[in-house]
Design a protein around this ligand. Sequence first.
Ligand SMILES: Nc1ncnc2c1ncn2[C@@H]1O[C@H](COP(=O)(O)OP(=O)(O)OP(=O)(O)O)[C@@H](O)[C@H]1O
Ligand SMILES: [Mg+2]
Length: 250
Amino acid sequence: MPEAFIQIEQLYKTFDTPAGPLNVLRGIDLDIHKGDFVALIGPSGSGKTTFLNMLTAVDSPTSGDVTVGDVQVTQVAQRRLTKWRARNIGIVFQFFQLLPTLTVVENVIAPMDFANVWNPSERRDIALKLLDRFGIADQAFKTPDMLSGGQQQRVAIARALANNPPLVIGDEPTGNLDRMSADNVFGLFQQLADRGTTVIIVTHDRELVRNVPKLYELADGTIGETTLEAAARRRTAELRASRTKSATKG
Ligand SMILES: Nc1ncnc2c1ncn2[C@@H]1O[C@H](COP(=O)(O)OP(=O)(O)OP(=O)(O)O)[C@@H](O)[C@H]1O
Ligand SMILES: [Mg+2]
C-alpha cells in the first residue's frame, strides 16, 4: 500500500466552553488514500464538522498531526494556509455559499483569481467548461438566486473544482437537495473519485451512504470503519441504554 494521501495521527480537539472543556475529538488515527471515496456519519454534535475543519486547517487541533499530500498542515503558518487550501481543497457546503452578487461563472472564476491558478486569459473558458460538464452552462450568466437548489449545488461543486484540487470535501453537500438532485450530486462525487480525486463527505443521507465504498463513523470522539447496519445497531443500543437510564432515574 503506498503512503496514504491523508494521514491523521492522534488527533485531539477540546473546546473551552462556559460549562468546562468539551473533548470533541479524542485521539483519531486515520489514513485516507488517493482516490478514496469516503463518507463520514455520526450523530449531530459528534464532531464531524470539527473534524473536517482540522483537515482543511480552518481550525487547529489541540494536539496531534494532520498531513495532506506532502504538507503537514498542523505545522504550517495560518497566513500560508489560505493559499494552500485554495489550491488543494475544494469545499462544498450544505447551503452552497455562493457569492450572491456575482454571476454563476464569476463564482467559479473567483477561486482561480484568488489562488492565481491558470492563465488569467483562460480562466473564463475553464469555468464555462466546468459548468458545461455539470449540465449548467446555460445558467452561467445568471446570479445564483435565479437557480434551483440542485443547480446551485452544481455551481458550488464546479467552484470547488475550479483549481483542480486533489481533495474534495463536502459537509452535508446534499442536505438541502431533493432525492434526484442529491443522487445527481452524488454521481458527480463518484466520478471525481474514479478519476483519482480523494473525496470525503459528511452525510446523514442513508441512500447515499449505501453506495459509498468506504463508510466511517465518528462516535465518542473517535473514528472507525463501519457499515450502515452496524451503525444503526449501535444507535439503537445507545437509545435503549439512555431510556433505561432515564427510566431508573424516575
Ligand atoms: N468553536 C466552538 N466552541 C465551542 N464548542 C464548539 C465549537 N465548535 C463546535 N463546538 C461543539 O463541538 C461539538 C461538535 O460540533 P460539530 O459542529 O463538529 O458537530 P457535527 O457532528 O458537525 O454536528 P451536525 O451533524 O449537527 O452538523 C458540539 O457539541 C458543538 O457544540
Ligand atoms: Mg456539522
